[in-house]
Ligand binder design. Structure first.
Ligand code: PGA
Length: 253
């Protein structure tokens, strides 16, 4: 399990004080398992500075939920990758389904965001996943293939992670079967192999209603290198349990 990632996506939840409290509770979690599991959290952009101060010098990395596709300039309401890097952000989500849908982000926007993040030396966490309609139509792998075309001219594979998150599973409590998750992860690893010598370096996460009880099943799948956790990451106890399951598995490996 060495190198298994647990990343919390806090989305647009909480207030400044609750974010700082959650971060300090996570310091205790990290102290128990940081040698066996790699942990990051993505607070709302406005809370990055305060949460980053709490996590400073800890093993928990600071992540951001989104970066602008633009470098600088007249883009009201946006945050540039450089601004995020200034705050100590190490990785940035790109193409989360909530951004793809709510903010109508297309491939051109995602590619530009990836470029900006890369220029600032941060890691891209590219989120992929099929809608319920595509899942039911048996189109999952075709959707994943299409979404992965944004990687066609990507070169820095060591600063890329992929998160497979079936859209129908995000925040719904519905969980994909281990067979489905394994098949999609195998396919992603296969595509990465075809894109170059990418596969060795790229961490491929699973996300969608991840809870502590799901972890043993996920840890049994060889293609799953980590988890992206939404709702359960807002609860220090549940997030801590997820990290501890990984850490305990690492001891038995
Ligand atoms: P969830 O969210 O764990 O609440 O389903 C996952 C995500 O959106 O990254």
């Amino acid at each position: 399990m060495a190198g298994f990632w647990v990343i919390g996506n806090w989305k647009m939840n909480g207030r400044l004080q609750t974010g700082k409290e959650l971060a300090s509770q996570l310091l205790a979690v990290a102290a128990q398992c940081a040698d066996r599991v790699r942990v990051a959290v993505a607070p709302a952009a406005l809370h990055l500075h305060a949460v980053g101060s709490v996590l400073d010098n800890s093993a928990i990395q600071l992540a951001a939920q989104m970066a602008s596709a633009h470098e600088d300039g007249a883009y009201t309401g946006q945050c540039s990758a450089a601004m995020l890097a200034d705050l100590g952000v190490r990785m940035v989500l790109v193409g989360h389904s909530e951004c793809r849908t709510e903010l109508a982000q297309d491939d051109a926007v995602l590619r530009a965001q990836m470029q900006r993040i890369h220029e600032q030396g941060m890691t891209v966490v590219l989120c992929l996943g099929e809608s319920l309609a595509s899942y039911e139509a048996g189109q999952t792998l075709a959707v994943i293939e299409r979404q992965m075309t944004v990687l066609h001219d990507w070169v820095d594979w060591s600063r890329l992670m992929i998160a497979y998150e079936p859209v129908w599973s995000i925040g719904t409590g519905k969980v994909a079967s281990p067979e489905h998750i394994a098949a999609v992860h195998d396919h992603i690893h296969q595509r990465l192999r075809e894109l170059g010598d990418a596969e060795a370096a790229v961490v491929v996460l699973y996300g969608g209603s991840v809870k502590p009880a799901l972890m043993p099943q996920l840890l049994a799948l060889s293609g799953v290198n980590g988890v992206l956790v939404g709702g359960a990451s807002l609860d220090a106890e549940q997030f801590g349990q997820i990290c501890m399951v990984v850490a305990e598995q690492a001891l038995t490996d």
